[in-house]
Design a binder for this molecule. Structure first.
Ligand code: ZN
Length: 91
């Protein structure tokens, strides 16, 4: 099973952030500044039922309360529990 976990990366000096799937031993460098970036948080909890879905940044949104990145199809924030608004406005 491919269970690449997407992490949020941060460059300590500039505070710039990016997202990338972390691979052991890899070093992540900011495209713009060349500064080394460090993982600060996982973007999503791993769940067996989601392991087949490869998530990309386009599949994520930011929780308005805790500002963690969560999946578009997640109805409740896994970090703070905030109910997420519907994407399409319902019927
Ligand atoms: Zn939240």
């Amino acid at each position: 099973m491919n269970q690449r976990q997407v992490y949020r990366l941060r460059a300590p000096a500039s505070g710039r952030e990016a997202m990338a799937p972390i691979e052991p031993g890899a070093v992540y460098v900011d495209r713009e500044t060349g500064e080394e970036m460090w993982p600060v948080t996982r973007t999503l909890p791993l769940a067996p039922s989601e392991s087949a879905l490869l998530r990309t940044p386009e599949d994520l949104r930011i929780c308005p309360r805790c500002e963690q990145l969560i999946g578009l199809d997640v109805s409740d924030c896994p970090y703070c529990g905030l109910r997420q608004p519907a994407l399409d406005g319902g019927s």
